[in-house]
Design a binder for this molecule. Sequence first.
Ligand SMILES: [Fe+2]
Ligand SMILES: [Fe+2]
Length: 294
Amino acid sequence: MSDFLSAYSIQNWLESCPQGYLENTTFGHLADEQEPELILSSPILREETIRATVQLVLGERCALAASSGLINAAPDEGSKRFLATQTLDEARHVEIFTQRLYDLGVRKNQLEDVLKQYANPNLIKFAEVLLEKVDKKDFIAGVVGQNIVLEGMAFSVFEMMYALSQGMNPKFAHTLSGTIADERRHVGFGENRIGSLIKEHPEKKAEVEKLQKDMAYHMLATFAEAFRNSPAQQEFQQLGAQARERGIQAEWNGVELREMPPEEMEQILAETVLKEFKVRLGRIGLEYQTPSRP
Ligand SMILES: [Fe+2]
Ligand SMILES: [Fe+2]
C-alpha cells in the first residue's frame, strides 16, 4: 500500500504534472500555437472539428462528475487523495477542450446550445450508465466504469487523434499529449486499486462485468455514429492526401491512418479499445464480456 500511496500521491502529481509536462503550457499547448488556417477557413472542416471536440467536452464532463463523486465513496484515504488530483485533471480537460471550441469560433453564450446540438446520443447513454453507479456510491463499479472503461476508451481515442494531428495541427497535438499523460495515470490507478478490492468482494463480479458490457455497447454505438455519418469525409481525405504528399504520416499501432476509409478507422479503433479492456479486466480478475455489435 505504501508504494501505491507514493505513486498516486499529491506530491507525485505536483512534480510530474503541473511542475512537469504541463509547465509553460496555456490551455494545454504553447501560447503561440493556433488552430490551422485550413480548418478555420473551411466551414465544413470547422463544423466537423467542433462536432468532434464537443464529444471530448462531454466525455470529460462525465469524468469530472465521476471522479469527484467517487471521492466520498472511496474506502481509504490514499484513494480519496488520488481522486482529488484526478478531479482537477478532469476539470482541466473540460476547460482545455471547451477553450478549443472558443478557438474554433464558438461564442461563450452559445456553448451549452452547441454542446446539445452536436452531442452524440450514444455517448450520453454511455455516461448515464456510469454516473448511475457513482450516484449510488458504488466505488468498485464506479472505478471500473471510469478508470478502466471510460478512460481506456479516452486513452485510445486521444492517441488516434494525436497521430492524426501530429504534423497537421501541433496546437491540438500538444493539447492531447498532456491529456494522454494524465489518462495513463488514471488508468494505472484503476488497475492497481481495484484488483485487490475485487478479490475482497467476489460477489460484485457479475454486476461489474455487466456494467462493462453495457458501457462497451454504447461506446461501439458512439464510434459507429461518429465514423459513419461524417459529412466532411471527402475534405478530410483531401487533407490526408495533401499531408501525405508533404511526407507527413499518421501512424498508429503500426497502421497508416491517413486516407483510410472511415469504416476501417472505426474498426481499428474499436478492436484496439476492446482488446485493451480484455487485458486490463483480466489483470484485475474480471472476465471481459463481449458486447453485441450496434
Ligand atoms: Fe480526462
Ligand atoms: Fe481521466
